[in-house]
Design a protein around this ligand. Sequence first.
Ligand code: AMP
Ligand code: GLY
Length: 431
Amino acid sequence: MKVLVVGQGGREHVLAWKLAQSPSVSEVICAPGNAGTAKDCRNVDIAADDIERLIEFAKKENIELTVIGPEVPLVAGVADAFEKAGLNVFGPSAKAAQLEGSKIFSKKIMKIAKVPTAEYWVFRDTASASNYFEGVEEDENFRDQPVVVKADGLAAGKGVIVCKNHAEAKEAVHRILVEQEFGEAGSQVVLEEFLEGEEASILALVDGNTIVALETSQDHKAAHDGDKGPNTGGMGAYSPAPIVTPELMDEIIEKILIPTVHAMKHEGCPFRGVLYAGLMLSARGPKVLEFNVRFGDPEAQPVLMRLKSDLAQILLAASKGKLHEVDDLEWDPRPAVCVVMASDGYPGSYEKGFPIRGLDDADALENVKVFHAGTTIKDGEVVNAGGRVLGVTAIGDDITAAKLSAYQAVKKIRWDGAWCRTDISDKAREH
Ligand code: AMP
Ligand code: GLY
């Protein structure tokens, strides 16, 4: 069968690479893809949110399965449009994608499902926010508590502001509601209790009813070593995450994934796609920080590198509501580590168009695959075209070996301003 992957990041490159390994797949096409997917499969120049052209292309090319990578087209209804056109698509409906598209919706679902999460308050206007803060100011203990302020809608991972106290929170609410820093995404605000603990990402494939959890992983969201610096889309990841023991995984499935999938069905928006739970492993058990409705990036790189089963058959079954017919997933027991190489200036502004050298040398190393994230081809050369540029991923006999291989590959790659964290996966060894 022919498979279409929609998107252009590192997640889409690993998806395309893995799907191309399936014996049942004759061709993988990526829309619009990047320089890495151009090499490993074929790109078609259609934007990820150009729903009409994507459908026209899928029909013309007899695509049997379309896999949607990013959240924006999902929230915009790309999966609904494919289904309406009679095409198999892996990804949730627009309504179900609200689990990521609206923090308020996801909090409501968690409440209905009794899923453990932070306490929260919703402000729809400045008056309701002022009311809340006036109350808080009278209470000295409460006033000095850290809290988290979030724009309700999609803000490219930037809509979350962690505040040391309520004075900072007031300022954050002002930035979102009055200064409209996140535009329409910030027309409503969620203020949350601050949770402490270690974070972990749990990803599961869901077909509306059946849940198949994937191997665990951990992201590194802060820009610099030691989890310092500004928040990013993710500077690296490793799988498995030893902090998530088999017992903890059972608890997460029972208390978080199953009730959420049930509640979505009950609310008339059955969830089909990747359910990604961003968790805080607090002293009082796992609590949900956020839900995403697609594979994590860069978590997908180490997780899918370890998958031995036929991904195309699994995603096709999920798209048809037949996950229960799929055999247990097979995994390479060895750990994998993905180090993100970024452009100078990221997560702020950065220059594009610098030629990238050493890609083939890095890829030639044993157990290494360089996934492209923000790259394109200019005058026949691969150049940087985004903030996160590459996800250099390696598998090894243990986490130390995987880390060593990934960084050996990183050393072979260079362009003007390339940088990365040097401590990806060190946390795995603390457990
Ligand atoms: P989110 O996009 O909601 O996952 O938030 C991005 C990051 O902000 C998370 O990975 C956490 O590091 C942090 N964060 C979000 N919500 C909370 C919370 N309630 N308590 C502590 N940290 C949080
Ligand atoms: N790595 C975090 C995310 O994909 O949202």
